[in-house]
Design a protein around this ligand. Structure first.
Ligand code: SAM
Length: 204
């Protein structure tokens, strides 16, 4: 996996990347810019970019400037020619780009204040054209309830770390926000380990 250069590793990416890839293969356009928000270690983009259309140009990003080196390192090691240098992007600030043809955001909105989710959806509505997908991945509540004891435990742990973090409810929080910003929910896909993938599509 590595050539030995020390860098962050997120073990969950090894477990969830294949099921996420299967969704991306279906829903991403054949060409254009895919903006990844909250890239984290960069392992996802380094896995996806060489396995999807070479005409997709991937733009990784994260709120934390400290993460950009690792993201670029994984990207270089993937040997994919279609990954741009990572950018600082805080969903709550003005975004450093004005157009994307698709957006992917995994595991951010529960590990950030709700305002980060608002910034994500409003920003996505600004930069995506009609019919472009916004793909979210992570754990969610449904109808206000946890879907598994492990998610309830995880939520408790998140709130102990930061009371403004925590699992969001897909039905009462995330989907209403997305719909109010001109998205429709195209697919809600159960994923391993009580996660969901949500494919939203820009309608207007
Ligand atoms: C749990 S990690 C997920 C990383 C990666 N997407 C994954 O699934 O492994 C959460 C990431 O969200 C980023 N993040 C938190 N708040 C953010 C914000 N407001 N805008 C952009 N990224 C943010 C963090 O820096 C961190 O890299």
């Amino acid at each position: 996996m590595t050539t030995g250069t020390p860098r962050a590793h997120a073990p969950a990416t090894l477990r969830n990347r294949e099921p996420i890839l299967e969704i991306l293969q279906r829903v991403l356009p054949a060409k254009g810019i895919v903006l990844e928000i909250a890239s984290g270690t960069g392992e996802h983009v380094a896995y996806f970019a060489p396995r999807l259309s070479p005409d997709l140009l991937w733009q990784p990003s994260d709120v934390s400037a400290d993460k950009l080196n690792d993201i670029d390192l994984y990207a270089r090691e993937s040997r994919a020619m279609n990954i741009l240098a990572a950018l600082v992007l805080d969903t709550q600030d003005p975004w450093p780009l004005h157009h994307a043809d698709a957006i992917l955001c995994c595991n951010m909105i529960h590990i950030a204040p709700w305002e980060a989710a608002i910034g994500l959806i409003e920003g996505a509505a600004r930069v995506l054209p009609a019919n472009a997908p916004l793909v979210l991945y992570g754990p969610y509540k449904r109808q206000g309830e946890h879907t598994a004891p492990s998610n309830a435990e995880f939520d408790k742990g998140l709130k102990a770390r930061n009371p403004r973090w925590g699992l969001r409810c897909l039905d009462t929080d995330v989907l209403p926000l997305a719909i109010a910003n001109g998205f429709r929910a195209e697919e809600i896909i159960p994923m391993p380990a009580n996660n969901l993938a949500i494919v939203l599509r820009r309608t207007e």
